[in-house]
Design a protein around this ligand. Structure first.
Ligand code: FAD
Length: 282
């Protein structure tokens, strides 16, 4: 039996947030020793494109934890991608998570990377020493006609040089197991980490589910109905829900769990306290 991986995700603080907030987040995660922490990349006009590299550098250099830098393709030309890759390399990242990114209303994409697979192939060519990770969607990406079509495209991404996949959030593990069966049947044999997003508010769950075209199962709907207006109890129930999902995933022998910690270290710690023993048994 293998020990599953456990990784976390953080995002750069908004431009107007105090610089120290990311340190508060990372200090709050100290002692958890995840296999890596990934840092998201904002590709909007107003995002600071150097933030991901700086935070990855801090995670790796100051906290001694392997860092994975996200990078999106749609709104970067080759020069910007090269610049980002050089920054990531200098920051000592363990891998780059190659993403397409979402289309932004009113902004024309630039460059020649239309799919994450184009970016993955480019990174693989230009920086052969950098590991390239990719995203996957247990319920299918919202723009794909079907899960099967999406998995066909995922195979292209893996063949382009992606060595590790991290999944979109999902709330029903059966969706993830069905996806795994299909991915394996399609010949996708790289590790696939299951993405878990703790519930922290009814509105945000419903919004994310809508944006990502993900299903809210009856079991979660009951929590939202019962405690939608009672944030403390909803968050407490959300910690139990996420811990329960993780226990079931580990029992099913998944390769790893990626917790969308969303810069909320207290929630992350409480979940980790519940599930840690499951990650240490050989
Ligand atoms: P792709 O793999 O390119 O897939 C997008 C769509 O195109 C799918 O429908 C797919 O089936 C189709 N497709 C893929 N390849 C082909 C092909 N060769 N031919 C035809 N069709 C194809 N967004 C950010 O802005 N910043 C982040 O840091 C960030 N981090 C993320 C981390 C994770 C783990 C996940 C799951 C998502 C993240 N996102 C992030 C969101 C992501 O950018 C969006 O979900 C985006 O819509 C798709 O990105 P992708 O890399 O999965 O795209």
């Amino acid at each position: 039996m293998h020990t599953p991986m456990f990784s976390l995700e953080v995002f750069p603080p908004k431009r107007d947030a105090p610089v120290g907030t990311i340190y508060d987040t990372l200090d709050g995660l100290e002692g958890l020793n995840p296999d890596f922490i990934s840092v998201t990349y904002g590709h909007g006009t107003h995002s600071d494109r150097t933030a991901t590299a700086r935070i990855a550098n801090t995670i790796h250099g100051e906290y001694g934890i392997p860092a994975v830098a996200h990078l999106t393709a749609l709104y970067s030309d080759e020069a910007k991608i090269n610049e980002a890759l050089d920054m990531f390399e200098a920051a000592g990242v363990s891998a780059v998570l190659a993403l397409r990114g979402d289309y932004i209303d009113g902004e024309e994409p630039v460059g020649r990377f239309n799919h994450a697979s184009d970016l993955a192939a480019y990174i693989h060519d230009r920086k052969p020493d950098l590991n390239v990770f990719g995203a996957c969607y247990p319920e299918g990406h919202y723009s794909a006609a079907s899960l099967d079509e999406d998995i066909g495209n995922l195979k292209i991404k893996v063949d382009a040089g992606v060595t590790h996949l991290i999944s979109q959030l999902f709330y029903d593990n059966d969706d993830f197991y069905r996806f795994l069966d299909k991915a394996h049947a399609a010949g996708i044999d790289v590790p696939i980490e299951a993405g878990i997003m703790p519930v922290r508010g009814a509105k945000s769950v419903r919004r994310m589910a809508k944006v990502n075209a993900s299903r809210i199962p009856a079991k979660l709907e009951a929590l939202l109905d019962r405690w939608g207006d009672d944030i403390q109890n909803l968050r407490a129930a959300g910690i139990i829900y996420a811990s329960d999902q993780i226990a079931d995933l580990v029992a099913h022998g998944v390769d790893g769990v990626h917790l969308y910690s969303m810069n909320h270290p207290a929630t992350t710690r409480r979940i980790w306290r519940n599930v840690e023993p499951l990650f240490t048994v050989e």
